[in-house]
Design a protein around this ligand. Structure first.
Ligand code: NAD
Ligand code: TYD
Length: 341
């Protein structure tokens, strides 16, 4: 099997590529990645020499390039992925998440190959109670979520119109090693280690269902091998937590690692102006994947958070290089302003 994995230099897909190469010794992986601000080949340093791995720098929207690549199946992780950035500028989200996905669908249609599309629970929008299942309506609230919902609908249209053999997964919030430090969990860890203010949006009571990245990777692999084409699978952990609870948990654990008193880092918490259109609560029902694909999450949340903190502590060079790149410019524009409120 020759897998085309897109966005492989990002957080989730780099973990996925590492997983696939070790779980399936007969598989080859081609990683197609544009290397945006979020793409980082250092995420794959340990496997770059493998003769079963090839990297191609390129855009998923480049049809001419896609025609030159040989593969048996596509797993599409590539995306613009950060809600705050989509609020500042939605265009790159539409370009990659919608138009780019369409180019991949075209090549998959021409080749008649399997297409696994990695989507998000954010397409369902927010709910005060209960949990969304795969038949729930799509009610995205951020430009990011709207671009992902649009790509899901395009995938559906290719299945209906062209009989494309496709599947869609919709996962909840991931955390773990190699996550770019603009997302909540790595941002809190790094700001705690660097004694910087930790911006908590609004009242900190927004709820997300957090899943360890390797549990997501195992789920994607399980769907790829045991899922039915034409189906959508929610991937979740039944691990709902308000943001403020997570921030405090991380601060307690970082204090412990640094030999500080439990409350020593709590002063870093800074409540700031809320994100525009901030979804209050995401919740999905993962019963279908558990039943039909025989997958379930394995990582306990507190253990996963400890492992993640330890990874960031031991991989200082990885994040120091990122913090000196253009990200800092973005961070200052984004948070410098908010921290004043
Ligand atoms: P990420 O931002 O860390 O990585 C995205 C990768 O895609 C980067 O390597 C980037 O260079 C690449 N990329 C962007 N535009 C591209 C283009 N036009 N052509 C080729 N490569 C391009 O994202 P992530 O958090 O790892 O998310 C991966 C996927 O999983 C996304 O589709 C996202 O919507 C989905 N997802 C993420 C989460 C989460 O919590 N992070 C949860 C559910 C679903
Ligand atoms: P994020 O990691 O951006 O993921 P998403 O918006 O896709 O769920 O944010 C997770 C939650 O944390 C979300 O409710 C917004 C909140 N948040 C903060 O309070 N402060 C921050 O600095 C960031 C990045 C997020």
């Amino acid at each position: 099997m020759k897998l085309l994995v897109t966005g492989g230099a990002g957080f989730i897909a780099s973990n996925y590529i590492r997983y696939v190469l070790s779980a399936h010794p007969g598989y080859r992986v081609i990683n197609l990645d544009k290397l945006t601000y979020a793409g980082n080949l250092e995420n794959l340093k340990d496997i770059e020499a493998s003769d079963r791995y090839t990297f191609i720098k390129g855009d998923i929207g480049d049809g001419e390039l896609l025609r030159k690549i040989e593969f048996d199946a596509i797993i599409n992780f590539a995306a613009e992925s950060h809600v705050d950035r989509s609020i500042l500028d939605a265009q790159p989200f539409l370009q990659t998440n919608v138009i780019g996905t369409c180019s991949l669908l075209e090549i998959a249609r021409q080749r008649g190959c399997v297409f696994l599309h990695i989507s998000t629970d954010e397409v369902y929008g927010s709910t005060p109670e209960g949990a969304f299942n795969e038949a729930s309506p799509l009610l995205p609230n951020s430009p990011y979520a709207a671009s992902k919902a649009s790509s899901d609908l395009l995938v559906r249209s290719y299945m209906e119109t062209h009989d494309l053999k496709a599947m869609i997964t919709r996962c909840s919030n991931n955390y773990g090693p190699y996550q770019f430090p603009e997302k909540l969990i790595p941002l809190v860890i790094l700001n705690a280690l660097n004694r910087k203010p930790i911006p908590v949006y609004g009242d900190g009571m927004n709820v997300r269902d957090w899943i360890y990245v390797m549990d997501h990777c195992r789920a994607v692999d399980a769907v790829f091998h045991n899922g039915a084409t034409g189906e959508i699978y929610n991937i979740g952990s039944r691990n709902e937590r308000p943001n403020i609870e997570i921030v405090k948990l991380i601060l307690r654990k970082v204090s412990e690692k640094l030999g500080l008193n439990e409350g020593d880092l709590m002063d870093l918490i800074t409540f700031v102006k809320d994100r525009k259109g901030h979804d209050r609560r995401y919740a999905i029902d993962p019963a279908k994947i558990e039943r039909d694909v025989r997958w379930k999450p394995e990582m306990d949340f507190e253990k996963g958070i400890t492992k993640t903190i330890e990874w960031y502590i031991s991989n200082k060079e990885w994040w120091q290089r990122i913090l000196t790149r253009e990200y800092m410019e973005y961070y200052t524009t984004q948070y410098g302003e908010r921290l004043k409120t």
